[in-house]
Design a binder for this molecule. Structure first.
Ligand code: PLP
Length: 382
């Protein structure tokens, strides 16, 4: 099937594979097929490539190479962090888990699963801008808490969360602090020292899909999800996805070197898009109010339109956009993030998320704005 998209504004869902990643991966999809755990030359060559990638990811996060655990993506990193820390905590008499109500499903669903397995789980609310209530988080965290997890930035609305304050609350109670930095890492500087456990994903930064990492601070214990060959210091067994990991390392290096410039550029284009839309559609404002948000994210709720229909009309016009989480699009239920912010069901129906990327141009955002305005007029006339 030929893809008809001419303007791609869904970079929070995924990004195109960068040239740096593609070139780095190619030999490992072909002649360099060794298993990184083998002792012979082909294995050593693969191991060296994995270790170089590990070094690159560690440098970008301000972590040590031996603190990086490669996973199959952000979802696995989140599951490993939450379940792994909760299981370890239980052995220490800590049976509580605290998460924010606006976490990605890769945290919320394991938290709810842990609750069914006997953990006591608190889901801490957010204010109307989508910022976690630190006072409520402090109140929910005590000396029975094993792990606290608050995302660095939200995937739907883009709000940047007060991770330092959340980490301080967790540590004051002797709990482990995890942050899901899958969406923050591409756009803002992420310092691993803020957390005990931190998740990132390759495909949000021009890397391949199906690879990610969990930073596990030295001395922090997590029970593995996967048992087997003992790879990744026994924290994550499974034959190394060498090509994927190598692509991840190359993507991290090339993306992070340009991140500050890309972020500034994206913010200017996002502001232009926002200004054009609010001039043409009075009443439109970012769902996050004045809260700090990711520079490439514009999230609005458009009254009187059905978001799903809007996305389809935009798609027909060659514009790739989203209602919010890629994982829950198509679901009849309104976004749990907007619900936690107190957005009404009818407003949440009109949610539109436009997320820019490094290649987005001024003519892209102008074309997208025109298409949104035309589609909204059509939907309101129905
Ligand atoms: N966490 C957040 C905040 C995300 O946005 C995503 C993906 O959209 C994930 C976790 C899952 O990452 P992956 O797609 O690598 O499994």
């Amino acid at each position: 099937m030929q893809t008809q998209t001419s303007v791609y504004l869904d970079h929070a869902a995924t990004t195109p594979l960068s040239e740096a990643a593609r070139a780095a991966m190619e030999p490992f999809l072909g002649e360099r097929y060794g298993n990184a755990s083998s002792v012979h030359a082909a294995g050593r060559e693969a191991r060296k490539a994995v270790d170089e990638a590990r070094e690159r990811v560690a440098v970008a996060l301000g972590a040590r190479p031996d603190e990086i655990v490669f996973t199959s993506g952000g979802t696995e990193a989140d599951n490993l962090a939450l379940k792994g820390a909760a299981w370890h905590g239980r052995e220490q008499g800590r049976d509580r888990v605290v998460v924010s109500a606006i976490e990605h499903h890769a945290i919320l669903d394991p938290a709810r699963w842990l609750a069914r397995q006997g953990s006591r789980v608190a889901e801490v609310g957010v204010d109307a801008s989508g910022v976690v209530r630190v006072d409520a988080l402090e109140a929910a965290t005590d000396d029975r808490t094993a792990v606290v997890s608050v995302m660095w930035a939200n995937n739907e609305i883009g709000t940047v969360q007060p991770v330092a304050a959340c980490a301080a609350a967790a540590r004051a109670a002797g709990a482990v602090f995890h942050t899901d930095a899958v969406q923050a890492f591409p756009w803002i500087e992420v310092d691993a020292r803020e957390a005990d456990l931190l998740s990132i994903s390759a495909h949000k930064i021009g890397g391949p899909k199906g690879v990610g990492a969990l930073m596990v601070r030295r001395g922090v214990k997590v029970q593995p999800l996967l048992h087997g060959g003992g790879q990744e210091r026994d924290v994550r067994s499974g034959t190394y996805n060498v090509a994927g990991i190598v692509g991840f390392g190359a993507a991290v290096e090339s993306w992070v070197a340009r991140r500050a410039v890309q972020s500034e550029r994206a913010a200017a284009l996002r502001d232009r898009l926002q200004a054009t839309l609010s001039a043409a559609l009075p009443g439109i404002r970012p769902s996050t109010g004045d809260a700090v948000r990711l520079p490439n994210n514009l999230h609005v709720c458009i009254e009187g339109v059905d978001g799903d229909s809007l996305i389809l009309l935009l798609d027909a016009a060659g514009i790739a956009a989203s209602q919010g989480s890629a994982c829950s699009s198509g679901a009849a239920e309104p976004s749990h993030v907007l619900a936690a912010m107190g957005v009404s069901r009818s407003s949440a129906r009109g949610a539109l998320r436009l997320t820019l990327g490094p290649e987005t141009t001024a003519s892209d955002v102008d074309a997208a704005a025109d298409a949104v305005v035309a589609a909204v007029a059509r939907l309101r006339a129905r």
